[in-house]
Design a protein around this ligand. Structure first.
Ligand SMILES: NC(=O)C1=CN([C@@H]2O[C@H](COP(=O)(O)OP(=O)(O)OC[C@H]3O[C@@H](n4cnc5c(N)ncnc54)[C@H](OP(=O)(O)O)[C@@H]3O)[C@@H](O)[C@H]2O)C=CC1
Ligand SMILES: O=C(O)CCC(=O)C(=O)O
Ligand SMILES: [Mg+2]
Length: 737
């Protein structure tokens, strides 16, 4: 039987699934739709990677690999919830939790001392960071706020911090020596393979022997100079202190899992320069690695004997007093922006700051103007342009502003997304040289020890597909589309040539399609958005990530409300549930007070499209009706304001799922296309209506107390399920469908 595959992930979305999936299964059971789950949680992926070393009863299949294969087939229909892209601290915490549960897994070896540890590290590094999305995203992305969502936000605007024209908030970015400045790009003429070597005066080191390439593929390489980065960071620390504004660093250490932690480490060492100068030898000895954040230093120092520890802690306090104030992640707990690289992720952190009057939290828990340090200048300027716009025009108004859907190039590990196995922290001064199979040099960069060199690829077919998707979206929504590409950037210049070429394959009569550099594109888009006009952004992979949080957060309060579709290149569908993360803060609240505020709206939207796609592919008219009625139910859900509240003892995720189910049943009962579904759900709708008070009371009564699900990364399924399904009345009705 044809299937919809639902992913089991982590944190808040995984909890929400415990309550929502039983509803989905009950509603679809009579329509010949088989819904199965596949585990791509961080814990599940660790278990799969080490299954050959675990006893049979602890082993787990590699569901990610299975889904990755499926994504290349026409029958794929996958619902993808957000999962953890693990930073090293998250990975270590998940390993520790599995070990406590009796899994004999090796520790993560920070600095491998032998071959065995080297092999262990390799296995873990495959799980680290953004390891799921690039495997499943065998298509480009189409992310937008559906009309119902946008209209709801216009009528019920979220809070927006006012902007003042004398705000001192700004973006600081490098003007030389960074990836943008040093980029070189080439189009590959003939399929073959590339070799990456570091050539020094005395030796030639092979960094990567074989990078397969296809004809028409765009390959680019660049280098971030360590010297330039350090002097830039030093200037910014001094400047933040002088201006008396917060110092904050915005990176994507999870998604850009090789380059960005190194940059993060340099920022921590620069901020705490005196401390590192004084304790250099000691920190070396105890294995401090601040690429994993300042928290790593604190945890290592905690293990020192009392005297030494007190000395270091005193110097840390002094450094914090002497340095500029740091933006805080949690002022109450003293957690700074520099503690854990996964705590501040640029796609969400910059929009959150812009929504909050351009301010972040200081150590006293008050909002303060901020220097937002974004070292590489490839995309940073879009944020400065947005900040300038807010300073000039004031905050955006969600009741009137237009919308910015995105068509993003990401298929087949496009651009920086696929750079991880081609990113190197350079160990010797010399030249990094990329040659093709016949030895011709494609490009070279002279490098110094400590520089970060990386190469990216984007294949031709994904580019063609991306251009087609942009034209289709522009046509379908009658909205101008802007390609955010900069002719003065090496990579973008190649893409512009291809976009111009492939646009000719389509009928673009009457469409407004432009190519603008990111700053011009920001100006153009923001002017229009202010006037209530819509503009599609057509971007590369990193801008896709940035813009699909920026605009949703400004327009509708969160990217959780986005429709997020990945039309897979071989005909299948990957339906992502929203565009945002996995909200660790929501889990904390749930465990402390039994209230989950995760909004599953993105999941409702994704499921409706998935059902429609299923109906289309399998000639299943019931599936199509289920999809249509789900969309209608979602609209009713919005009109009746059934989204979870943020406060305990009010409707939470579970209650919101009940209402969605009731509205869905009502819509199925009132449609007339399918008499069987109509009859079946008439009874169900009635049962929900008659028991509405009872169910909502049961769901509220379950709140207000701490919840134990025996774990964070690897909770006990049965406990999580029972915590997420506390209404016996609701459960009985679902069981009766
Ligand atoms: N597609 C994927 O798989 C993605 C995964 N991630 C992963 O998610 C984790 C956290 O990332 P981060 O970027 O900090 O994002 P978060 O999930 O923490 O989201 C940031 C904030 O947005 C709000 N929010 C996000 N989703 C929802 C929702 N469904 N309902 C209500 N509010 C929501 C919350 O605000 P408030 O706290 O005010 O309620 C939340 O704190 C990381 O492990 C990251 O790797 C990140 C992006 C995408
Ligand atoms: O893959 C990741 O780590 C994050 C992805 C993300 O943030 C996005 O796709 O918007
Ligand atoms: Mg994102």
């Amino acid at each position: 039987m044809a299937k919809i595959l639902y992913t089991k992930t982590d944190e808040a979305p995984a909890l929400a699934t415990q309550s929502f999936l039983p509803i989905v299964k009950a509603f679809t059971a009579s329509s010949n739709i088989n819904i199965e789950t596949r585990d791509i949680s961080l814990a599940g992926r660790i278990i799969a990677a080490f299954s050959d070393t675990l006893p049979t009863e602890q082993q787990g299949p590699d569901h990610l690999a299975e889904l990755g294969e499926l994504a290349k087939k026409p029958e794929a229909n996958i619902i993808k919830l957000p999962n953890i892209s693990a930073s090293i601290p998250q990975l270590k915490a998940a390993i520790a939790e599995l070990q406590e549960n009796g899994y004999a897994l090796p520790d993560y070896p920070d600095e491998p001392e032998n071959n065995e540890q080297e092999a262990t590290k390799k296995r873990y590094d495959k799980i680290k960071g953004s390891a799921v999305n690039p495997v499943l995203r065998e298509g480009n992305s189409d992310r937008r706020a559906p009309k119902a969502v946008k209209n709801f936000a216009k009528k019920n605007p979220h809070s927006m911090g006012a902007w003042s024209s004398d705000s001192e908030t700004h973006v600081a970015t490098m003007n030389h020596g960074d990836f943008r400045s040093n980029e070189k790009s080439a189009e590959i003429a003939k399929a073959g393979s590339l070799k990456i070597q570091l050539v020094t005066n005395s030796e030639t080191y092979t960094l990567k022997e074989n990078v397969p390439v296809l004809a028409g593929e765009v390959v680019d390489a660049s280098v971030m100079s360590k010297k330039a980065l350090l002097s830039f960071l030093k200037e910014q620390v001094t400047d933040a202190k002088e201006k008396n504004i917060l110092f904050s660093l915005h990176m994507k250490a999870t998604m850009m899992k090789v380059s960005d932690p190194i940059i993060f480490g340099h920022a921590v060492r620069t901020y705490f320069a005196d401390l590192f100068a004084k304790y250099d030898a000691l920190f070396d000895e105890i294995g401090v690695n601040v690429n994993n954040g300042f928290g790593n230093l604190l945890s290592k120092v905690a293990e020192l004997d009392a005297d030494k520890k007190a000395g270091v802690l005193k110097d840390i306090d002094e450094a914090l007093v002497n340095g500029p104030d740091l933006a805080m992640v949690n002022s109450d707990k003293g957690i700074t922006n520099l503690h854990v690289p996964s705590d501040v992720i640029i796609d969400a952190s910059m929009p959150a700051m812009i929504r909050n009057s351009g301010q972040m939290w200081n150590a006293e828990g008050k909002s303060q103007d901020t220097k937002a340090v974004i070292p590489d200048s490839s995309y940073a300027k879009l944020y400065q342009a947005t900040i300038d716009f807010c300073k000039q025009h004031g905050a955006f108004d969600p009741t009137t502003m237009g919308t910015v859907p995105n068509v993003g190039l990401m298929a087949q590990k496009a651009e920086e997304y696929g750079s991880h196995d081609k990113t190197f922290e350079i160990e010797h001064n010399g030249t990094v040289r990329v040659t093709n199979h016949d030895g011709t040099v494609i490009f070279d960069h002279s490098v110094e020890e400590g520089d970060i060199w990386r190469m990216c690829q984007v294949k031709d077919l994904p580019i063609q597909d991306w251009v087609k998707l942009a034209v289709n979206r522009s046509r379908a929504s009658n909205t101008p589309a802007v390609f955010w590409l900069d002719k003065n950037r090496a990579h973008d210049a190649q893409l512009i040539a291809k976009v111009e070429k492939y646009l000719k394959d389509h009928n673009t009569n009457g469409l407004d399609i432009r190519i603008l550099d990111p700053v011009e594109a920001t100006h153009f888009t923001l002017e229009r958005i202010k006037d209530g006009k819509d503009t599609i952004s057509v971007t590369g992979n990193v801008l896709r990530d940035y813009l699909t949080d920026l605009f949703p957060i400004l327009e509708v309060g969160t990217s959780a409300k986005m429709l997020s579709i990945v039309p897979l290149m071989n005909g299948g569908g990957l339906f992502e549930t929203g565009a945002g993360g996995s909200a660790p803060k929501h889990v904390q609240q749930f465990l402390e007070e039994g209230h989950l505020r995760w909004d599953s709206l993105g999941e409702f939207l994704a499921l409706a499209v998935s059902l429609d796609h299923f109906g289309e592919k399998n000639n299943n008219s019931k599936a199509k009706i289920l999809g249509e009625t789900l969309d209608d139910a979602t609209e009713k859900f919005l009109d009746n304001k059934r989204s979870p509240s943020r406060k305990v003892n009010e409707l939470d995720t579970r209650g919101s799922h009940f209402y969605l189910a009731m509205y869905w049943a009502q819509e199925l009962a009132s449609q007339t296309k399918d008499a069987d579904l109509q009859a079946q759900f008439k009874t169900v709708a009635q049962a929900f209506e008659e028991n509405e008070d009872k169910i909502t009371t049961e769901l509220i009564e379950a709140q207000g107390k701490a919840i134990n699900i025996d774990g964070y990364y690897f909770p006990e399924d049965a406990k999580a399920a029972s915590a997420m399904r506390p209404s016996e009345t609701l459960n009985n009705i679902l069981a009766s469908i």
